[in-house]
Each structure stands twice: as C-alpha cells, then as structure tokens.
Write a new protein. Structure first.
Length: 304
C-alpha cells in the first residue's frame, strides 16, 4: 500500500472519529436522558413542593441513574418559562388554555398532559378562634369585600396558582380589599395564622399533612374550617373539611387538579417520571400524603 493511500485512509479515519466526538458532544448538550436514566429539568408550582419531593425521592431510589432536578416557581413564573421554551416540562395546577397551547403547537411541541392528583384549597384559623365553619357564599363575599369582617385574610404570593384560583373562584380579579394580604409562601401563611388569632389563612391542603420540622409547630396551632356549598344538590346544608373521602365524593368544594405537562417530544426522563407518578407506586405516595390520587390504587385482599 502506497504512502499516499495510507495518508488518505488515516485522514478519513480522523474525520470519522472527529465527527463521532462532535455528535456525542451535541447529544450531551441536548440531553441524552432515557426513561429511567440521565438528567432532566422540571418546572414545578412551588405549592406542590411537599408531594413532589416525596415522589422524586422514591423515583431516584428506584432508578439510581435518574437525576431529575426540580425548579420551584410561582405559577406565573413557571408558565412564563415553560412557554418561552426555557424548560420543557412543567407541573401545574391547571391545563393550558387554547392561546397557550397554540404557542407550543406552532413550535411543533404539543405537550403530553396527565392529571395525577387532586388537591384542596384549605381555610385555616388559629386554634383560639371560635370560627369552625363557613359557606362558599361567605367566602366569595369575603374576598369581594361584601361582608364586614375585622379578620385579616392571608394567602401566599400574588403570582401563585392559589391566588389565580381565588380570583377565578370569587370573580374578583384584583383582591385588593384592605384586609386581604399576600405573603410569600404557604409556610408564611400557616405561621402567620398560628400567631394571629384574628386571621384566616388560605393554603394548599398538602402543606398541612405531615409538615416539615421548620413549620410543624405552626401547623399544630391552626385548625381547618369546614366549608358548606349551598349549590351542592346532595348536601347543601352540610359542612365538609378536605380529606380523601370528601374529595373523592366531591363534597368539599374547593379543589384543583395537579398536572404534568411534557413538551420534550421524546421518551426521556420526563416521560419516565410522568409514568412513575401515574403508576400504582406513584399513586400510593399521593394516597399516603393525604391528597386524592387520580386513580385509586387497588388493594388486594386474601380471604381464608
């Protein structure tokens, strides 16, 4: 074999190897994740941090090469990043509206959407408060400033999913009554109510079940208010507190779904986590947390 031919062959081999290296690097930049392996970023509504931390802990314990990373934001911030294509997976308390869905479809990134749980909006008062019940009408009147009250009404930050829910629920798009205050987080609301007997807090129910040590003492100093829905045909005069039974029977009126939206367009780690959270194991974690799973896990009984 002549030297010229050897040089040509060597040159071709160098080009092939260089091309493979470039391709591998590009793959790493794009994210070479699979169903149960690799890294992926998840945008998540900060309201659901307690339950998502539990799901992620078990998922990573089962699949040790999976490294999901959660970025917790308010709903407005999370939705903005998701629609800007900064992160292609979001966990929110609502589905996209037609306008938002159109943005993703025009980019060729229609999301796979899965509901995996049902959460409740809970009203809490200080343990010293005599208030134990309230009606849906009273809540709406309270949020619209139509009822005289000397109580401070507090909830988490103005950009949260809870505030958006309350605006839709009450029909009041401002929530600027003089006794209504936005704090920073659900923890802040619980701590505020635990220290102020003359207050009403509105929080996500998941923050009240099995709280972390840094605010568990505050949870012990508040109580949940029962809510009556006068428009409920079956029980218009009964008051219900949020729990899995009242959520499943649709007796408690203040509820919202939890959704995972995946616009990655591939069967990667986002799809793997979505499948896990919808699986029997993932739904059992939700059941244990006190929220209502989207599908109730089966319980097998052996009769002898």
């Amino acid at each position: 074999m002549s030297n010229s031919i050897k040089i040509i062959i060597c040159s071709i081999l160098v080009i092939i190897v260089f091309g493979m290296c470039r391709q591998q690097q590009a793959s790493q930049v794009k994210g070479d994740d699979t169903f149960v392996k690799g890294k992926a970023l998840f945008l998540a509504d900060e309201s659901f941090k307690p339950i998502l931390d539990q799901e992620a802990y078990v998922f990573k314990a089962l699949f040790t090469e999976a490294k999901p990373e959660f970025v917790y934001k308010s709903e407005n911030e999370a939705l903005k990043l998701f629609l800007e294509d900064s992160i292609r997976v979001a966990i929110l308390s609502r589905e996209l509206n037609p306008s938002e869905l159109g943005i993703l479809e025009r980019r060729g990134l229609p999301p796979d959407v899965h509901r995996f749980a049902v959460d409740a909006i809970a009203l809490i008062v200080n343990q010293q408060s005599a208030d134990t019940t309230i009606s849906v009408k009273q809540i709406k009147d309270m949020l619209n400033g139509k009822t005289m009250t000397d109580k401070n009404i507090v909830f988490d930050n103005p950009n949260s999913s809870l505030v958006r829910y309350l605006k839709d629920f009450s029909g009041n798009k401002e929530l600027k009554e003089k006794n209504i205050y936005a704090l920073q987080s659900n923890k802040d609301v619980i701590k505020y109510v635990s220290e102020h007997p003359n207050s009403i807090g509105i929080v996500g129910f998941s923050w009240l079940d099995d709280p972390d040590k840094d605010y568990a003492d505050a949870v012990s100093k508040v109580k949940i208010v029962g809510v009556k829905d006068e428009s409920n045909d079956k029980s218009p005069t009964e008051y219900f507190k949020p729990n899995q039974t009242t959520l499943a029977l649709k007796q408690y009126p203040l509820i919202r779904g939890l959704y995972i939206l995946n616009s990655t367009g591939k069967m990667g780690l986002a799809a793997g986590f979505a499948a896990f959270i919808k699986s029997d194991r993932g739904q059992r974690i939700i059941l244990k947390s006190g929220l209502l799973p989207d599908s109730i896990p089966q319980r097998e009984m052996i009769l002898k």
